[in-house]
Design a protein around this ligand. Structure first.
Ligand SMILES: [Zn+2]
Ligand SMILES: [Zn+2]
Length: 105
């Protein structure tokens, strides 16, 4: 019998959130991050870039790096995100908050 052990670095995260409200609208932000990237202190981060949902005749792009893994009591972890989208149609949006939990460290 072969026991399967997941490499703790072998995961990514999804998230479903909304940007900040600017000029009376928000954009839905459905994100899937890239793979985990180890940091020198033994933690890891994720990169992500994509478009937010088209709204009010425009969309915004973003490219960001997450915060370090924040461990949950059940052994899973999340990352905090805090970034601005590109400026389109004369404004940009702020996106912040945790993504969805993933297994591993
Ligand atoms: Zn992670
Ligand atoms: Zn906008």
């Amino acid at each position: 019998m072969v026991s399967y052990q997941q490499n703790p670095i072998d995961h990514n995260h999804g998230s479903s959130t909304h940007t900040s409200c600017v000029h009376g609208h928000t954009h839905q932000c459905l994100d899937i991050t890239g793979p985990a990237i180890p940091t020198s202190d033994g933690n890891h981060v994720h990169h992500s870039e994509s478009w937010v949902m088209h709204e009010q005749g425009h969309s915004h792009y973003y490219k960001s790096v997450s915060g370090p893994a924040l461990h949950l009591p059940n052994g899973w972890h999340v990352h905090d995100w805090n970034f601005y989208t590109t400026v389109d149609a004369g404004h940009r949006h702020h996106v912040m908050g945790p993504d969805m939990p993933a297994q591993g460290t």
